[in-house]
Ligand binder design. Structure first.
Ligand code: FE2
Length: 202
């Protein structure tokens, strides 16, 4: 598997961990307790800082090359970029709703609960769709030369949350994810499960 595909897959695994954390906080909120709004806000900022600016454009670079292999891939590309645009809109809307909820400490804002569930479900379905309609055919079909062309078009940017050098703004969130992975490992029977988040090899 190419370096680009490995990174894209790692990004998906890492995003799944963040979606789990979002779901957990939404459950806390829907039960009438105050969620960790700082974590929720930080995850949504990450969604803009890394997936929106780097992961999604790189996927579209792969899709653009795949479409040259045949018209059957055209629909993949169309729905992919539409879903990326939809995720960008949803991230902004969810973030705005959370800002409103932060200012309402005495009540549960149901719009945040409902939108949060919708956001994580949409994101998970989107990633699953990409893995079957983009990642799998790209891995099977594209040649070394195709990957060289894709690499030239891709911006390989460090992940500010999951790579070795964590940006200051993401240190607290990273710590929470590490603790979550440690708890998960401690709770798993033998054989030990793999860590639920991964650093990328870039
Ligand atoms: Fe993706």
């Amino acid at each position: 598997m190419t370096h680009i595909m490995e990174n894209l897959l790692t990004d998906h695994r890492n995003m799944s961990v963040l979606l789990d954390v979002l779901d957990q906080e939404i459950r806390v909120y829907s039960a009438g307790n105050r969620p960790d709004f700082e974590t929720l806000t930080c995850i949504l900022e990450y969604c803009v800082d890394y997936p929106e600016h780097y992961h999604h454009p790189n996927e579209e670079a792969v899709a653009n090359r795949l479409i040259l292999q045949g018209p059957s891939h055209a629909a993949t590309l169309a729905s992919l970029s539409n879903e990326h645009a939809e995720i960008a809109t949803m991230t902004k809307q969810f973030s705005d709703l959370i800002s409103v909820a932060i200012a309402e400490p005495d009540s549960v804002n149901q719009a945040v609960v409902e939108y949060g569930r919708k956001f994580t479900a949409f994101y998970r379905a989107h990633m699953g769709n990409e893995e079957s309609t983009l990642f799998a055919p790209a891995t099977e079909t594209l040649t070394d030369n195709d990957w060289k062309i894709i690499e030239a078009a891709c911006a390989l940017h460090p992940d500010p949350l999951f790579d070795e050098h964590i940006q200051d703004a993401y240190r607290a969130l990273h710590q929470r994810i590490v603790q979550r992975a440690e708890k998960s490992r401690a709770a798993s029977p033998l054989p030990m499960s793999a860590p639920k988040y991964q650093s990328r090899a870039c």
